[in-house]
Design a protein around this ligand. Sequence first.
Ligand code: BF8
Length: 689
Amino acid sequence: MGDAKSIDPAAVEMLAHAESCGIGTAFSRASEMKPCPIGEVGACCRICSMGPCRLVGKDAENKTGICGADLPTVASRHFARQVAGGVAAHSDHGRDMALTLLAAATGEAPDYVIRDQQKLLVVAGYLGVPVADRSVAEIAADVAEKALEQFGQPHGEILTTKRATPKRQELWHKLNLTPRAVDREITEVMHRTHEGVDLDAENILKSALRCSLADGWGGAMLSTDISDILFGTPSPLASEVNLGVLKDDQVNIVVHGHEPSLSAMMVEAARDPEMLAEAKAKGAEGINLAGICCTANEILMRYGIPPAGNFLHQELAVLTGAVEAMVVDVQCIMQALSPLSQRFHTKLVTTSPKAKIPGAEHIEFDEATALDTAKAIVRMAIDNYPNRGPVHIPEYKEDLVAGFSHEYLNYMQGGFYRASFRPLNDAIIAGRIRGLAGVVGCNNARVTQDEGIVELIKNFIARDVLVVVTGCAATAGAKHGYLSPEILDAAGPGLREVMEAIGIPPVLHLGSCVDNSRILTVLTQVATEGGVGEDIDDIPAVGLCPEWMCEKAIAIGTYFAASGAHVIFGVSSPVGASSVVTELMTKGWEELVGGSLEFEPDWNKVLERSLELIDAKREAIKLQPYDPSQFGQSGDTLYFDAIKAQLGGYGGNGGHEHEHGEAHTHDLAAAAVETAAAADSAGADPTEA
Ligand code: BF8
């Protein structure tokens, strides 16, 4: 692991620019301020005002706080509250989507339409909403109401948990882990972790597991489903990514945050011919919309709007001096954007009543007048264009393909009439695909930006592990070329054969962070399709979050573990101070729910552990051991190699020129394939790759 701030050349260039301007960023602040070593590992109890109590020193595990709370209680309470915070954030987003659907159905939000009626009917089915002889608006209104009930219902269980395998549902019932209502699970965790309530770490962690399931199989899943209903279920499309998508001769508007109800309207407003004429009247060639963070994924996969970057790119975008407006809603917005924007001409616009920032302009976004509000914001950006000063846009951008929804994966493997996961399951059974890895989550300024994410993606596909990506990890992969179709060259021989047969790339973009729910339903279908076990904990799959940063990531990792997946996070462990809690979340949870949550900062060790877990699962369900030497004897590679030999060599291997003017061949990826093949065939330790 390097000491560099980022492996992204655009970020490196912009950080040098920031330094030359004397401007600090999250990268420089992370260097200046070390994390509190007590809080970082969960040893600080801030639950009551007799403390904060800090359980530190050699005998920390034998110490207690003033009330007598020991380290396992302190660490597990803090962890459970992180889970509740993350579940609240995702689920409140989901609730807002349900409210938007209701307003669209009742005519109170006339700018929104039901774009995917097919999905509406499917979701109506999950939620038990009758559809026969009813209008789309009636069904949509009932779906929205039923979704809203899942947040606050006084009785029953969250209906979407029924999408899990029968075996998983039975296990959750047996363990009393089936979430009852989103708000109730969050409230109960906050109650249990109040001073003097639940003082048993194992029991506290069980409540965290149940609460997390209210996110993955509740709030986040409903958010994904309703976003698809309102804005369309994604299918693959091409676009570009990184700061080089900003344009020096156009009005640049960056949308940053999470909820597509705002960003989708911004897309519509920015494409309005009237707006374009106004921009031209101010001397601009056009209006260029770009995204940051998860809302970027939302509008990328539905409209092809290019992401300007992931979490740590938000300040760098403003630093280009080319952004007329940065429009934010909720989550992952740095307060630092406000003073930074004031050093440039950039208008920072907050839009949610839940999320204001001192120094920003607040234009409240109301679904009832959505398009008019979006147009007012676009007009503000246009009017700001003449105020632009010197511009520094790094010329780095990459091509990408995004938008592989669960529905599209089904369609892709059998067409409309024979949609299935059979080809994927058969490839896992045969060993062409060694296993599956979900690489998800944030950037974290404490580690080298994108490094762990990209190295894991690169090494997984070279070893025939099919990768799915979401959130800022998806953007990281894309910035480094791993969502480009050309990256097929970097895949191992078995994976490559499958990809050529099905026609998909080895790294699949599944969306934003709430869309991790798509990974849950994909894994469930793999389990129920046959041949790869009966439940998620049977599948040779791992979940990775190399740069986790916020509570939402902790909630995601916990619900994957509760669903049966082995999950490994990078950076540092928020329960690292307590060996008891660490043991409970690894061995304890594995015995309880078949999944686990580990923390390991070294991506080399994460890779080694992931492959170990995948191979152990293959063995447990009696699949043949992974053997890449069996594959690669057919397919397009041989055909192109033959042509190459015939012509005496040509500039193949994906060589191409980027906007930054450097021709390259994704050499790192090609080198990874060779290294992986050499290391694996020699039985070498892959961490030395
Ligand atoms: O929800 S990956 S930094 S943007 S929290 Fe935030 Fe993390 Fe990015 Fe999206 Ni997810």
